[in-house]
Design a binder for this molecule. Structure first.
Ligand SMILES: CC(=O)N[C@@H](CCC[C@H](N)C(=O)O)C(=O)O
Length: 378
């Protein structure tokens, strides 16, 4: 027990995971690292099954009448780490910049604990690939193992840079937004930089498109609703003195209602048609992966909040909803449960290449989840 509930041990494990971030469905080393930990646990009550690069760990209860789930996501992001940590990523151009190294570390400690301290009811842990995209939750839930270990309720956390260590935060009902990826390709005539009148210039077309997108939230979505349209990446051209014949804009749409999502998509399509006319080019739109909202079960969240308020391990705050996306929403669509933020007091935010969550946040998170899962599984 003392061995498991040990800050330094948790930090060491987090650092090892931090060094090996991998893209969605490429989490091969991460899976191997986690399997090694699970194989070193007492095996009496454990069933460990792999699915693609993910893992299911089932802990059989002593007298089970239900199954309680916990999910941790596994993938990193394509970013060059700039933290300067001695334990920085050894995978060039990849970083755990969204805290999945924390989420997994906490999950492993819970398994180590419950492998020794058998719960009354069953527990099931989902180590899920590809949360950042293209989405691992839906296909993992379609796997046969999910049906065998089907949970009656489920929990997950996400690190929150803005909250202090020891704080958890949640709210009933909508916590995170609906999301849709957005990929737009532009194709037109390129040519010599000195003869722009003979070309269609996809740098200019894509730039106008991105500028016009800004009017959607400002002028098409109701001020009483919420939406985000972000373009995070643009690619165009091959050289500074060649007018580009191709451009690509990549982004994401976030809304709190499906009506707003439809409205935003329809306006994006209108704007793309306008660009085609104005710039005599062709456009094509691909919406990539879509995630449903994260919707916390009202009754379970109420119980979660009142239990946390009585706990000496964490401080509970009621938060507002956020325009973050999470494919944990798919679990919550089928299984009642709660997602919550875990304070890690980082000066730099999620998806920053300088994200520096405090490792002191790991121990209270593990202790709190042991308390909560033990309460739910006893
Ligand atoms: C917690 C978090 O940061 N999640 C991601 C989910 C990304 C979904 C999808 N790939 C998209 O970009 O729309 C987020 O960016 O909120």
């Amino acid at each position: 027990m003392n061995n498991i509930l040990n800050s330094e041990r948790l930090a060491t494990r987090r650092r090892a995971l931090h060094q090996i971030p991998e893209a969605g469905f490429q989490e091969f080393k991460t899976q191997e690292f986690l399997l090694e930990i699970f194989k070193n646990c007492p095996q009496q009550h454990l069933t460990i099954e792999t699915w693609k690069t993910g893992i299911f760990v089932f802990v059989a209860g002593s007298s089970p009448r239900k199954t309680i789930g916990y999910r941790a996501d596994m993938d990193g992001l394509p970013m060059k780490e700039e933290t300067g940590f001695p334990f920085s990523s050894v995978h060039e151009g990849m970083m755990h910049a969204c805290g999945h190294d924390f989420h997994m570390t906490i999950g492993t400690a819970l398994i180590e604990y419950f492998a020794v301290n058998q719960p009354v009811h069953n527990l099931v842990f989902f180590f899920q690939p590809a949360e950042e995209g293209p989405g691992g939750a839906e296909p993992m839930m379609a796997a046969s193992q999910f049906k065998s270990f089907y949970p009656d309720e489920i929990y997950a956390l996400h690190i929150a840079p803005e909250y202090p260590v020891g704080t958890i935060a949640t709210k009933p009902e909508i916590l995170f937004a609906n999301t849709s990826e957005l990929f737009v390709d532009f194709q037109g005539k390129g040519g010599h930089a000195a003869f722009p009148h003979t070309t269609e210039d996809m740098v200019v077309a894509a730039s106008h498109f991105v500028t016009q997108l800004q009017t959607i939230v400002a002028r098409n979505v109701s001020p009483l609703d919420s939406a985000v349209v972000t373009i995070g990446k643009i690619e165009a051209g091959t050289k500074q003195n060649i007018i580009a014949e191709n451009a690509r804009a990549e982004g994401t749409i976030r809304t709190l209602s499906m009506e707003a999502m439809q409205e935003v998509k329809s306006r994006i399509e209108d704007i793309a048609k306008g660009i085609e006319t104005s710039f005599r080019c062709r456009t094509s739109i691909d919406y990539g992966a879509n995630y449903c909202q994260v919707y916390n079960d009202a009754a379970l969240t109420k119980e979660f909040i009142s239990y946390a308020e009585k706990s000496n391990t964490v401080n509970l705050e009621i938060c507002d909803k956020a325009m973050t996306g999470e494919d944990f929403g798919y679990f919550l669509e089928k299984v009642p449960g709660v997602m919550f933020w875990l304070g890690v007091n980082s000066e730099h935010g999620l998806h920053s290449n300088k994200l520096n969550p405090e490792e002191d946040a790991l121990l209270p998170a593990v202790k709190w989840l042991i308390e909560w899962l033990e309460y739910r599984a006893s």
